[in-house]
Design a protein around this ligand. Sequence first.
Ligand SMILES: [Fe+2]
Length: 242
Amino acid sequence: MLGSLFRSKKKSAPPAFATDLHSHLLPGIDDGVQTMEEALEVIKGFKNLGYQRLITTPHIMHDYYRNTPDIIQNKLAAVRQALADAGIEIELLAAAEYYLDEYFLELIGGEEPLLTFGNKYVLFELPFLSKPMILQEAVFALQTKGYRPVLAHVERYLYFGQDADSLYDLHHAGVIFQLNLLSLAGFYGKEVKKQAEKLLKAGLIGMVGSDCHNNRHLMALGKFLHAGAAVLAGQTFLNDTL
Ligand SMILES: [Fe+2]
């Protein structure tokens, strides 16, 4: 009896979802984990938190991270092999997090398919300082090609705090909003936390993600989930439909 009590106390609180869809876990190709050892440690941590599937999303950013589908797929294969060798059982998939700039527009219009997850979802991010002029153009271009745009960490663009109309326009245009769980934990500051809670309450959040880059992020995520993540109670997300 005591033994089972101890075990149940030790066991991680499961997240409300089994799939994470935003992270940087392929070593050495962006600002996420840098070594295979670190990748395995963080991925094992996700498994211990109750996650069953990770869709990892390396940056594709013309000026900094010129990742291609080939680079990402090759690295994915290497990490999968290392996971198998280490006996860590978890499903690992890869897509990308595209930075919205002129280069992204070129990629959308190009011959090579974009990296997607689920049902043609494409994760993309914006600059943090100001809303790009080409935002609507990019959303339209994505949709014209049959993709379903997912805006990464929507709560972190504080300029939308003063511009709710733009957010509602995007929402009504079919853009899915992804929220970082660590925003709810206050990891990026008070203002971001407030905006995250506001968007969640307004029912605007379609997907949640960890945006985990390293062990520090994983620890903070574990702390948030273990504390019960009460703010997520009653919410449903598309994570488990993928
Ligand atoms: Fe990210």
